[in-house]
Design a protein around this ligand. Structure first.
Ligand code: FE2
Length: 186
């Protein structure tokens, strides 16, 4: 177990980086040579990221469906692309959990109870408001993904670190695509 100060991040949410209530214990025997204790820590951590990822994916769909205004078509299509990108990260994380002998806990209800993201506003419509809300969600998820690289590196799992490096690089790219709509000053 890592020191307490490594388990939480100074964010607006108080939900810890790892679930307080342990996820389903490592369930399946495997010849994978990572120790069971270490695999349990990795599974706990990844199930937390999985919850936020499922939440993020659906927040992007919420934006895709409801955005309005002069940039409608560009944002409508971009938010769908970002949602598809996040869906692929969610799938990769879930399958890594199972590869390590764990249970991927990816139902909407689990995601709702564990996600570290803020609630997506339901009362916004114009493009700039959705750009701001989506940027915040991507930024928060990207923060956790970057933190996860460090945590799983401490657990000597370079493969999971590689997954979260890919995720955080992808999230940074999507954040750029979204924020570019609000960055022009001339
Ligand atoms: Fe659609």
């Amino acid at each position: 177990m890592l020191p307490e100060q490594n388990l939480t991040q100074p964010m607006t949410t108080t939900i810890p980086l790892r679930p307080i209530v342990p996820v389903v214990p490592i369930t399946y025997q495997t010849e994978n040579d990572i120790s069971a204790n270490r695999r349990q820590e990795l599974v706990d951590l990844m199930n937390q990221r999985l919850a936020s990822g499922v939440d993020l994916q659906l927040q992007l769909k919420q934006a895709h469906w409801n955005v309005k205004g002069p940039n409608f078509i560009g944002l409508h299509e971009l938010f769908d692309k970002v949602s598809e990108g996040v869906e692929s990260y969610v799938d990769t994380i879930a399958e890594r959990i199972v590869q390590l002998g764990g249970v991927a806990e990816g139902t909407v209800r689990t995601a709702a109870s564990r996600s570290r993201l803020e609630e997506y506003p339901l009362d916004i419509a114009n493009g700039s408001a959705h750009v701001e809300a989506v940027s915040k969600a991507l930024s928060d998820f990207g923060h956790d993904a970057r933190q996860t690289i460090l945590e799983v590196t401490e657990l000597n799992d370079a493969d999971t670190a590689d997954i979260f490096t890919e995720v955080s690089r992808g999230i940074d790219k999507w954040l750029w695509f979204v924020e570019a709509h609000s960055q022009a000053t001339k």
